[in-house]
Design a protein around this ligand. Structure first.
Ligand code: PGA
Length: 261
């Protein structure tokens, strides 16, 4: 996988927004898989600024969700549907019709998972999938020991992930759902270009294991090593435990600009 070390989160956001802009200029109706959490926000801010300035036409872009809590009432402000509408769809000036996600309030969760996998395939597959990484190495909500071949399905969150996400629920862990629907690792690996952004020292161990450790379900993000075109963008703090950091820096510095990410 390609590892790009950037000075800070803002630079990471700008770089990835550029990659999305390049994709939209060659494929205006690209299907963009978006992630939630704090990490990707600089990407969405940079992209929305490009749309506002007229540098990017995102009017035909399609957006799809990576994961969703199970059991939050429809319209809950922290459901990922609400978050993606608020942070991505609205700032890009898109309508809800351009957006798809799994139904976390469905009575038949299994059917909702299968329907979402099918809908992604019928939409032509995900062109570019943004990913964050959990401190435990999860991508989407594929917690450690998720099958590397998994499809969209229901998962149980680890205690660590619920602690990490309590900040979105008034710091009250009892409000954080136990269950989620997440694109599987197999589903994520079908995207044409997964891009993982990690920032901050808290992610340094997970990043090192993802990039330089063995492919192992204990670190779900390490499955990205199996993808022919996966990009990992990290700030200096998240890169601080990479043994090959200097090699990654030199490689990227020598990369022709036209190649993009
Ligand atoms: P964060 O979440 O960006 O809020 O750290 C990442 C993740 O859990 O995938």
């Amino acid at each position: 996988m390609e590892v790009v070390i950037v000075p800070d989160a803002k630079a990471g956001g700008e770089l990835i927004a550029e990659a999305i802009a390049a994709l939209l200029s060659r494929k205006p109706d690209a299907l963009l898989g978006v992630a939630t959490g704090s990490t990707p926000l600089p990407i969405y801010q940079a992209l929305a600024a490009k749309v506002r300035s007229g540098a990017v036409d995102a009017s035909r872009a399609r957006i799809c969700q990576l994961d969703e809590y199970v059991g939050l009432p429809a319209g809950h402000p922290e459901s990922y549907r609400s978050v993606v509408l608020r942070e991505v769809v609205e700032p890009l000036g898109l309508s809800e019709a351009s957006f798809m996600g799994p139904d976390g309030s469905a009575e038949d969760v299994l059917a909702a998972c299968q329907a979402y996998d099918k809908a992604l395939a019928e939409a032509g597959g995900v062109d570019l999938q943004l990913l964050g990484i959990g401190t435990d190495g999860h991508i989407g909500f594929n917690e450690p020991c998720s099958s590397l071949a998994s499809r969209t399905r229901i998962k149980t969150l680890t205690e660590q992930t619920r602690v990490d996400n309590a900040r979105f629920f008034d710091n009250d862990i009892t409000q954080v759902p136990h269950h989620v629907i997440t694109q599987g690792i197999g589903t994520i690996l079908e995207s044409r270009h997964p891009i993982l952004l990690a920032t901050g020292e808290g992610k340094a161990d997970a990043v090192a294991q993802t990039v330089e450790g063995p492919v192992a379900s204990i670190v779900p993000a390490s499955a990205l090593q199996l993808h022919p075109h996966a990009t990992v963008v990290v700030d200096e703090a998240a890169a601080s435990k990479l043994k090959l950091a200097d090699y990654f820096r030199a490689t990227y510095a020598a990369k022709p600009l036209w190649q993009g990410l």
